[in-house]
Write a protein that binds this ligand. Structure first.
Ligand code: GLN
Length: 491
């Protein structure tokens, strides 16, 4: 298998055996980026020399017999919302177009400690607001399976980079599905860990009670590796959970005996594409053939998840984004008449339409007179959504559902229909509202040749269970081995 088509585990083994070096691996991915990223636009920044010099340093240390970290010499692509010291971090917004952070996010520090090669920063919806990566100041990313289609979002660049074999691993963030939905659209594995599993220090805030960092990979083991490398307690994030990090990359290979899978009627509603439904049913058959028991469950408040999320997330965003005032850092308008005008001109020029829409929605929901009716009520329903899960998980181990109601939509399809785009998040939002871990894994293709993902969710901090359950399915199927033709042409 060519380097770019290999899994993270295969590459690590080949580097350990001395068959290939990290410099070979890194150069192979950089070559795919050179040949294809003009079309896909997964990356907003790639520094070839920096990536190769990181790789050579790992090779030198390996040669000297030094002990190396978990991801020794493996390229990892980073969503451009994680602060990287000395390297621009733009959130794909004009507001931060020239922002160079003076420090690394905690997850980036851990990746460096794990001896990963940071290969570049990936494209995303501005400030992670969106489900298509069309709302990027630098232009849309395209789905490697069909360049007319969106890769999903907001971590569309990271998902497309892995799908197009431009990196074996990538980091994304998931506030309301932004890892799992693009993973589903691009036919790769994407995981949102439990809220608090990975420190949010140095992650540019969108909705702080929902934001989580997580891995993309081309197989479940790769996701386990990257999750293991980035997890761990950090006192600089007060919501970070202080609990030991399991060896996800080892335990992922152990199948689960007597797995009980919950399927919720609320997840099979109008608007679910029949091809997606068929793929989910086929996946349930696979699990049954492995001895799993399928049980019907109810998540009665699931239908409210979209409304609750689109009140809470914009409310938190309107508060978090107040810091971009043109004074401390970020874009400042050139002409203005007075201080208030400077704030307003800087923000008017610096933010794109979707970000402005969210700020307006959030400001409205938080304003005196509407706070109780909207924001406070949304918090109460959020609690009910969490309670639904607590009840369901008393009898089952994991919940299986679609990731998105349809396969990838076309670029521009939702231009005049933001609500239609919000509804695409219907199956992913609940896990964020309840703080649960969720994973999206490849589960088939539509008749148009677009990937279809399936989602598994587990109780808080049960990432091991989630990964093991996902790996059981992956072992029986070949969906995760498929690569888009775009990438084949280059290898
Ligand atoms: N699509 C959702 C939104 O637009 C989720 C985004 C995310 O998870 N960052 O808010």
């Amino acid at each position: 298998m060519s380097i770019a088509g290999a899994t993270a585990g295969e590459l690590l083994a080949r580097m350990e055996r001395g068959d290939i070096t990290s410099a070979d691996v890194t150069a192979a991915y950089l070559d795919v980026i050179d040949s294809h990223d003009g079309e896909v636009r997964a990356f907003v920044q790639v520094d070839r020399e920096s990536a190769l010099s990181q790789a050579r340093e790992v090779d030198r240390r390996r040669g000297a017999g030094e002990h190396l970290g978990l991801l020794a010499g493996l390229p990892v692509a980073i969503k451009d919302i994680l602060c990287t010291e000395g390297t621009r971090t733009t959130c794909c917004s004009r507001m931060l177009e020239n922002f160079v952070p003076p420090y690394d996010a905690h997850a980036i520090t851990l990746l460096k400690n794990a001896d990963a090669v940071l290969i570049g920063k990936t494209n995303m919806d501005e400030f992670a607001m969106g489900s298509s990566t069309e709302h990027s100041y630098f232009g849309a990313t395209r789905n490697p399976w069909d360049l007319e289609c969106a890769p999903g979002g907001s971590s569309g660049g990271s998902a497309a980079a892995v799908a197009a074999q431009m990196s074996p691993l990538a980091v994304g963030t998931d506030t309301g599905g932004s890892i799992r939905q693009p993973a589903g659209f691009c036919g790769v594995v994407g995981m949102k860990p439990t809220y608090g599993r990975i420190s949010r220090y140095g992650l540019v805030a969108f909705a702080s009670s929902l934001d989580q960092i997580g891995p993309f990979a081309n197989d479940v083991h790769g996701a386990a590796l990257l999750l293991e490398a980035m997890s761990g307690y950090d006192q600089r994030d007060s919501t970070c959970i202080d609990t030991p990090v399991p060896r996800y990359s080892k335990t992922v290979e152990e199948p689960l005996e007597g797995l009980k899978i919950g399927v919720a009627a609320e997840h099979f509603v109008d608007g679910l594409d029949p091809e997606v439904e068929a793929a989910i049913n086929a996946a349930l058959d696979v699990y049954e053939s492995l001895g799993a028991e399928i049980r019907e469950i109810n998540l009665p408040h699931a239908p409210y998840a979209v409304s609750v999320y689109y009140l809470i997330a914009p409310s938190e965003a309107s508060s978090n984004l107040a810091r971009y005032d043109g004074v401390h850092y970020g874009h400042r308008a050139e002409s203005f008449e007075n201080l208030v005008d400077m704030f307003s001109a800087s923000r008017g020029e610096g933010f794109g339409d979707e970000v402005k829409r969210r700020i307006m929605l959030g400001t409205y929901a938080l304003s005196a007179g509407y706070y109780d009716a909207y924001y406070l009520k949304a918090l109460k329903v959020r609690r009910l959504i969490r309670q639904d899960f607590d009840k369901a998980f008393a009898d089952i181990d994991v919940i299986l559902s679609p990731v998105s109601p349809t396969p990838a939509f076309r670029i521009g399809e939702h231009d005049d229909d933001p609500l239609g785009m919000y509804l695409a998040d219907i199956y992913t939002l609940s896990a964020n509202l309840a703080g649960l871990p969720g994973i999206s894994i490849p589960a088939g293709f539509s008749s148009a040749g677009l990937p279809i993902g399936l989602q598994l969710m587990a109780p808080p901090l049960e990432e091991e269970r989630l990964l093991r359950a996902a790996r059981m399915f992956e072992r029986e199927t070949e969906w995760h081995t498929k690569r888009p033709a775009l990438a084949d042409r280059s290898s």
